[in-house]
Each structure stands twice: as C-alpha cells, then as structure tokens.
Design a protein. Structure first.
Length: 400
C-alpha cells in the first residue's frame, strides 16, 4: 500500500495557510471529484470559534461519507485545520483539497459550506440523493410524576412535534411523517424486552404509512437535581436544575429490525415558578434555558439521524406490477428523478427454530429505470423489456 502526502491549502478568514498531510490508500490515476457540503452548529450555546469548528466538522463528515471514506478521524481533521497541526486520515480514497466556500450566521446558527476535492471510490454513497421516509411516533414520559412541577404532562407530544419541525427544516435525507397523536405500545413492549412484538409493531407501522424507518422515543428523566438530596432551599433563589433525558430508537419499517439507538441528556435551570403551569408548546418555554437545551439536543438528533441513514440504501415498496412495468412508493418527495435505476428485491420472511421472525431479501436479476413520477410514486420499466414473472406487490426496489 503506497502512502502519499498531499499539500492541502486551506484559506481561512484570518488568512492562515495550513498544510495537511493525508494518508491515501488508493491510486490517483482517476480524476478527482468535488463534493460541496454544508455543516451547521448553534452559536447561542457555544462561542463563535467552537461553533465554527463544529460546523466544519459536520460538513467535512458529510463529504467523506458520500465519498465512502472512514470518518473516525474527522474531528482530528478539523482540529488540524484550525490549529495548523499535521494530521492523518484513513480513507478508502483520498482528499486532495478542501476550501471554505461560504459562512453565514442566522438565528443563533452558523452555517459553513466547504468544497472537498475527493478522488472517486469503488464504493460511493449513491443513496445520498434520496430522502428516506421516516415515521415519527408519540413519545412516552416514563415517570409521569416527574411532570407534576410545571404540569408539563404534554411534553411527550411537544418534543416530537418540535423534532418533526427540525427534521423538516434541517434534515437533508429524510421525508418525515408525524403521527404524534397516536399512542403506540412501544414503551410497554420495550420495558418487557419483547423484541419480537416490537419488530412486528415497526413493520406494521412502516407498512401502513409507507415509511422506510419508524422512530420511537422515551423521555426517561425530567426530574430535578435537588430532589435526590431532598434540598429545596434552591427554590428560594428562583433557580432549580432540571434534567432531560431522551432515548431515540430508529427501526427499519420494512424488516422491523432496530437500526440505531441513542440517548441524549442534559441539565439546565428551571426558571419558572414551581407552582406555575407551563405551556410546553408556548414561546416562553422554548426560549427558556431549559427549552433551549432541549432544542439543542433535538438539533443533535437530526444531525445523527441524517448521518445514520444518508448512505443507507433507499428502499421502496412495489405497489403494482404490470408486464414489464412497476409502480413503487418513492417519488419526487424522496428525490427520485426520471432515469434513475433501481434493483428489485424479493421480500422473504422466515422463522428460526426459536420462533423469532426475520426478514430476508432475494436480489432479482432485473433492474428498472424510472419513466414517470408523481410526488409520492414512480413508474419504472425493465431495461430490456423483460417481464417480471417472479416480482409481486410488496416486493422492494432499492438504490444502493
């Protein structure tokens, strides 16, 4: 394996020139390709330099993921850009140059756009151009008595509504459906460790809403710090630290399998009177320190969801088969374009010796090309006009 060093000149606002040495694991006979990505970070909870660093890290990570690189060293890369350290990054290809294209500030948010010159890889993230449909379900406050102070019993619905809005505004890779009015059995099943029934629930919800992913969540802690020590004197000062802990579960809506799970938690002062009923849907709550802290966590949730699914295969369900044509449930809203090619998968469910249900796929030799589009569906035909003898309704199309 040959190691090569590229001198990458980064022009920053203070005109500092920085040299970066990159560890490269592929040849350079192919032409490089530019990837332009944008990263975001909040400035209301970070100083400007910290926020700028986080935004650059987010943008560079997106560019490397799209190009198929290992992003484990991204934070070191960004730190190197800002401190002039010499750093290495392991990738399946190489980054030849990075430049800062633009930086904007708006509503306590910094946005940094970078352009990275990356040599093409054998395996690239072709699915990045497609938005995945995500179903948001109503959250569950696990310890309801903790909501007594402030009477914030509706925080389960309010938090997911807020997450839905942030996904709609900030996510580059999801097309979300909000179902917070409907309570599911997830929390009870999760508490009982009934994973088979959770799998069935995720598949049922994914099927009924045409969603590739289903998000469940639990609010595990909204207690006050001082409750554990029985010290209430802090109330006299008008400040009382309150916890917030949220678990997010991302399930595959087709197979029902758990795809990703993460907990988010923080503590901020509760600046409202302990006897006051607080409207968790109101501006005063979300502009308070506690509400702003939750917003920050939800921002991270959006970023993590994007990073988790951006390069995952885009899967759609076949709704109709007619000769050499099919209709499936991905359309303009998902980023599909006329001329896009998809592979066909035959869906198979099987049960193992313990009775657990699993989902499998058989790859069809057929590929289809999109010929017509609506906002939510696409019509595609086989490239060689062959008939789809073994393809049925509810089988899948996939773009890797």
């Amino acid at each position: 394996m040959a190691n090569n060093c590229f001198n990458t000149l980064i022009k920053w606002q203070n005109k500092i020139s920085i040299i970066i040495c990159l560890l490269v694991t592929t040849s350079f006979s192919a032409s490089a390709q530019w990837y332009e990505t944008q990263g975001h970070a909040r400035t209301d909870t970070n100083n400007l330099e910290v926020a700028r660093t986080k935004a650059m890290e987010n943008a560079l990570k997106k560019a490397l993921l799209v190009a198929g690189a290992d992003v484990s060293s991204v934070q070191r890369v960004v730190n190197g850009l800002l401190t002039q350290d010499k750093i290495d990054i392991r990738a399946t290809g190489s980054v030849n140059a990075v430049e800062i294209v633009n930086e904007t500030h708006s509503d306590n948010l910094i946005s940094v756009t970078i352009r990275a010159d990356i040599f093409p890889q054998e395996k690239q993230c072709f699915a990045v151009n497609f938005k995945k449909s995500v179903l948001l379900t109503k959250s569950k406050v696990k310890h309801r008595q903790q909501a007594n102070i402030g009477q914030i019993y509706a925080i389960d619905k309010a938090v997911i509504n807020r997450l839905s809005k942030q996904l709609s505004k900030q996510s580059n890779y999801t097309s979300n459906i909000n179902a917070v009015n409907n309570t599911t059995e997830f929390s009870r099943l999760n508490n009982n460790l009934d994973h088979d029934k959770i799998t069935e629930l995720a598949r049922t919800l994914g099927y009924s809403t045409n969603s590739q992913y289903v998000i469940f969540s639990e609010i595990n802690d909204i207690s006050f710090e001082e409750q554990r020590t029985n010290s209430w004197k802090i109330w006299q000062q008008g400040v009382y630290p309150r916890n917030f802990a949220l678990d997010i579960y991302l399930y595959n809506g087709i197979s029902g399998e758990l795809h990703w799970h993460q907990q988010y938690q923080d503590t901020k002062p509760w600046t409202f009177s302990k006897r006051k009923a607080v409207d968790v849907n109101g501006t005063a709550f979300w502009q308070s320190e506690y509400g702003a802290m939750i917003d920050k966590l939800l921002n991270q949730v959006v970023s993590d969801i994007d990073e988790t699914i951006m390069c995952e295969p885009s899967r759609g369900k076949i709704l109709r088969v007619d000769g050499n044509q099919i209709i499936f449930n991905l359309g303009r809203n998902n980023g599909v374009k006329v001329g896009d090619e998809f592979t066909l998968l035959r869906l198979k469910h099987f049960t193992d010796n313990t009775g657990s249900l699993y989902t499998g796929y058989t790859v069809s030799p057929h590929k289809v090309k999109v010929t017509q589009l609506t906002r939510e569906t696409a019509v595609a035909a086989s490239a060689d006009n062959s008939l789809f003898n073994n393809i049925q309704i509810e089988d899948l199309v996939v773009r890797y």
